[in-house]
Design a protein. Structure first.
Ligand code: FE2
Ligand code: FE2
Length: 440
């Protein structure tokens, strides 16, 4: 197993570093440690170059994390980190003199002026190549965190705008759409810039305000269809706003009462359209979407449509987005399906309930394993799909648990397209007591 070879190599490297600092060159311990290192490198490189990678204080062989309790692992990781080495690639041509130079370089006290990777090269070492730890990596992570915080703030702003709109919905009230329109446009711009980040926002749920979160997620999914179809920007804003307000009719009911809840279900399309009709200069599409989003192309939805009635395209898109969010939502308001199953279910429902063409566009944009899918990979590590890939079966995955089953302290992103890992199964977040939105 390559894991074993990696562990043996790390043990030998750490032993040799210790021997070099404790004993003079003629001492038998010195010689023995050097030979052990040469032997371990020979084993490890039997099938070609062998890379040890350092990432956030942990050592990896390719993308597999080495068990933290392996002998010498911590000190080796610390030493590489101190010398700002991100990876060491050993080649079959590794010689004794390469080993000696490597150990001498690692024995030097790390300092900002010491570039260990360059020093190895200068001293003619070719059997092992060090790659410098780019300072950019840490900055990149800080940037990602900052973007995430900004995206969450955008979500909160949209929630605030929607709360305000719904609070203005009274028997005669006429909500002000100004702020909501602005935030919808901001989200739309962000979706065009980084669709994965916005799809991550759609995984946010809150039991206390499930309607609000449902409206926002539905909007994000509807816009995903609109963007996939190439709808122009004005149309997308109208689609987004319509999706955001699709269930606004429910606000007119006190749904703590079961009978009222049933009435809300049946009547919210009509009431929603009436509420929106009261707004001066309201977008006609929003009224239609509120009215039509539970109609079905094959009949049987509500309100019941005439047999050859064709709903507005935005209504048919929102119906798909609304359904998908319901399918993946846990608890009394949803079906708790994993995202991959929800995708299959949507395809099934294209027979009579959902628009076939728009559903296919949605499925194409989401991939077979949509953002938010918790997946177990072929090396038994577990992660959350963080972005769709070119190949629908090979998305980007943010690892949460290493192959050893232990939680990773820092998120590690893997593009399955460029790795030998594949998705083995989809896991129910509840089975691992995980909330996927914590990792997106
Ligand atoms: Fe609805
Ligand atoms: Fe809905």
């Amino acid at each position: 197993m390559s894991d074993q070879r990696a562990i043996a190599l790390v043990t030998a490297l750490s032993g040799a570093r210790k021997a070099f600092s404790l004993y003079p060159p003629q001492h038998p311990e010195h010689r023995g440690a050097l030979e052990a290192l040469l032997g371990a490198v020979l084993e490890a490189t039997a099938e070609g170059p062998f890379a040890l990678n350092l990432h956030l204080g942990r050592l990896y062989q390719e993308s597999r994390v080495l068990p933290a309790d392996s002998p010498g692992l911590k000190s080796t990781a610390r030493s590489l980190e101190g010398h700002r080495i991100e990876s060491l690639t050993f080649h079959p041509s590794f010689t004794e003199s390469d080993a000696i130079v490597l150990l001498e370089v690692l024995a030097r006290r790390p300092s900002p002026d010491l570039d260990a990777a360059a020093l190895l090269e200068e001293r003619g070492v070719v059997g092992v190549v060090a790659r410098r730890l780019e300072e950019g990596a840490a900055e990149e992570m800080a940037e990602r965190e900052e973007r995430r915080a900004r995206d969450r703030a955008l979500h909160r702003r949209l929630a605030g705008a929607l709360r305000q709109v719904t609070s203005q919905v009274g028997p005669s009230g006429s909500p002000d759409m100004g702020e909501a329109t602005i935030v919808v446009e901001d989200i739309l711009n962000r979706l065009m810039e980084d669709n994965a980040a916005v799809l991550g926002l759609a995984t946010l749920h809150d039991d206390g305000e499930s309607d609000l979160f449902h409206a926002i997620s539905t909007m994000i999914y509807a816009l995903t269809i609109g963007l996939g179809l190439g709808i122009p920007p004005e149309g997308l804003t109208s689609l987004g706003l319509s999706a955001l307000l699709h269930d606004i009719g429910k606000m007119a009911f006190d749904r703590s009462d079961p009978a009222e809840r049933e009435r809300a279900r049946a009547l919210h399309p009509r009431i929603g359209a009436e509420i929106l009709a009261r707004i001066p200069n309201v977008d006609q599409a929003a009224m239609l979407v509120a009215h039509e989003h539970h109609m079905r192309p094959g009949g049987g939805g509500w309100p019941e449509a005439e047999p050859d009635y064709v709903a507005h395209p935005y209504s048919r898109m929102v119906a798909i987005a609304d359904r998908y969010d319901r399918l993946i939502t846990d608890g009394p308001n949803g079906f708790g399906l994993t995202p991959d199953r929800a995708i299959v279910q949507l395809l099934r429902e294209t027979n009579d309930a959902l628009d076939r063409t728009f559903t296919r566009v949605f499925v194409r944009e989401m991939g077979a394993f949509p953002v938010g899918c918790l997946v177990r990979l072929s090396d038994l590590s577990v992660g959350v799909v963080s972005a769709p890939g070119e190949d629908p079966l090979q998305p980007h995955v943010r690892l949460v648990y290493g192959a050893d089953g232990l939680t990773l302290e820092e998120h590690r992103d893997t593009d399955l397209a460029g790795s030998d890992l594949s998705i083995m199964e989809v896991v129910q977040p509840a089975d691992l007591a995980e909330r996927v939105s914590d990792h997106l």
